[in-house]
Design a protein around this ligand. Structure first.
Ligand SMILES: Cc1ncc(C[n+]2csc(CCOP(=O)(O)OP(=O)(O)O)c2C)c(N)n1
Ligand code: SF4
Ligand SMILES: [Mg+2]
Length: 303
């Protein structure tokens, strides 16, 4: 990269150079999770990456991935993953690629693609039994374009397109995957690295459609100090807002049950996107409704 190009990247507001000279926000929880996953997945992979923050990791002709990387439209990652998988299989059948040099196909998208624009393509890919791992970094909004509301945005969170801060409920993508009976599905967060690593390793042993759904605390979109990413990720788990669980062999098992479960306020009040629930006066009704929904979820879980 030329000095001029590097200078232009360094001068981007709120951007920090990481690794390959990539402009990403400091404290990005999505990057935290993906980096940990990549340490295990390694270079024998083809990453099929739909438009979003993580497409900024690769700036032509540079990429931090040791394997291959392919950029797709927001809705198309699972369809592109099918094409890549088919191409690899054809090469192996024609003996142009030794089976031991086969690559794992990994779709990588944000929540805007996974919960919304790409959901139809995802459903079809699972239905066809496509052998791929789908990693979603869920920063609960269209982060790359300024944190607009997505179908993963939690109720009452302020976004660029829901100023009053009251949208619908966050869509349950894990449940949608489970309804398709995939080979494997799991939720993770970068702040719980052992749980994340165990689930990635498990997913790597299985063939078929597999989901790793990572909550991705986002200092820029969620409006908090970037130093707090790990703390906020841990609070998402300790308050029960982000249940850590996995699906396989026809049943869902929780990998971590928070005991005692902290009040959801401990998580919400750390983030500017929920500030209107506390200032200028406390919105007790909305806070109670959010707590009640989390309580209801855990009441249905064998403790
Ligand atoms: C069909 C389409 N509409 C809009 C865009 C512009 N766009 C690029 S990235 C992005 C946000 C994607 O959100 P998400 O999938 O959650 O990833 P994040 O940006 O949060 O990493 C949008 C809207 C696009 N690339 N394609
Ligand atoms: S906007 Fe959020 S998800 Fe995107 S790079 Fe910045 S911290 Fe990461
Ligand atoms: Mg997003």
């Amino acid at each position: 990269m030329t000095e001029t190009a590097l200078k232009r990247l360094r001068d981007l507001p709120s951007a920090r150079l990481l690794g390959s000279g990539t402009p990403m926000c400091a404290g990005c929880g999505g990057l935290e999770a993906i980096r940990q996953a990549y340490d295990l997945l390694g270079g024998k992979t083809v990453f099929v990456n739909a438009a979003g923050c993580m497409t900024l990791l690769s700036i032509y002709p540079f990429t931090p991935f040791r394997g291959s990387w392919l950029y797709t439209a927001m809705s198309a990652a699972p369809a592109a993953a099918q094409g890549v998988r088919d191409a690899l299989d054809i090469l192996i059948t024609r003996k142009r690629l030794p089976p031991e040099e086969d690559l794992s196909v990994v779709a990588l998208t944000g929540d805007g693609a996974a919960y919304g624009m790409g959901l139809s393509a995802t459903s079809s890919a699972i239905e066809r039994g496509l052998d791929f791992l789908y990693i979603v970094y869920d920063n609960e909004g269209y982060g790359n374009t300024g944190q607009q509301y997505s179908e993963a945005t939690p109720h009452a969170a302020r976004t660029a397109t829901s100023l009053a801060g009251f949208g619908g409920e966050k869509k349950d993508l894990f449940a949608i995957w489970v309804a398709h009976k995939p080979a494997y599905a799991a939720t993770v967060v970068g702040a719980e690295p052992l749980d994340l690593a165990r689930k990635i390793e498990k997913a790597m042993q299985i063939k078929g459609p597999r989901l790793i759904l990572a909550l991705a605390p986002c200092p820029t979109g969620w409006d908090y100090d970037h130093k707090e990413t790990v703390e906020i990720g841990k609070l998402a788990v300790k308050t029960g807002v982000w249940p850590l669980k996995e699906y396989g062999d026809g049943r869902v098992v929780h990998s971590k049950i928070p005991h005692p479960r902290l009040p959801v306020e401990d998580y919400l009040r750390r983030q500017g996107r929920f500030r209107h629930l506390f200032e200028p006066q406390r919105d007790a009704a909305t806070l109670a409704a959010i707590q009640a929904r989390v309580d209801a979820y855990w009441e249905g879980v064998a403790q």
